[in-house]
Write a protein that binds this ligand. Structure first.
Ligand code: FES
Length: 76
């Protein structure tokens, strides 16, 4: 949590994902999503860019309410 707090104090949302590059961009081919894909929006996943549930701890620690975006096929 100290890392997160420090990052926020500096006006940053990303505490440690690929800090060696100037911008984090990920590409996922739609054709590779067979069922659904949950993409992290809290910047705490250890399986970036996919959600690994780390948002749960972040929300507990900070009182926030962040969660993933889920890409899925329409139900037919
Ligand atoms: Fe970041 Fe779930 S781990 S949104």
């Amino acid at each position: 949590y100290q890392t997160i707090k420090k990052a926020r104090e500096n006006g940053k949302v990303n505490p440690d994902i690929r800090k060696e590059i100037p911008k984090v961009v990920d590409f996922i081919d739609i054709e590779d999503i067979t069922d659904k894909a949950s993409l992290c929006r809290c910047w705490r996943s250890k399986n970036w860019p996919y959600c690994d549930g780390s948002h749960g701890n972040l929300n507990k620690e900070t009182g926030d309410n962040v969660g993933p975006v889920v890409i899925r096929h329409k139900e037919k």
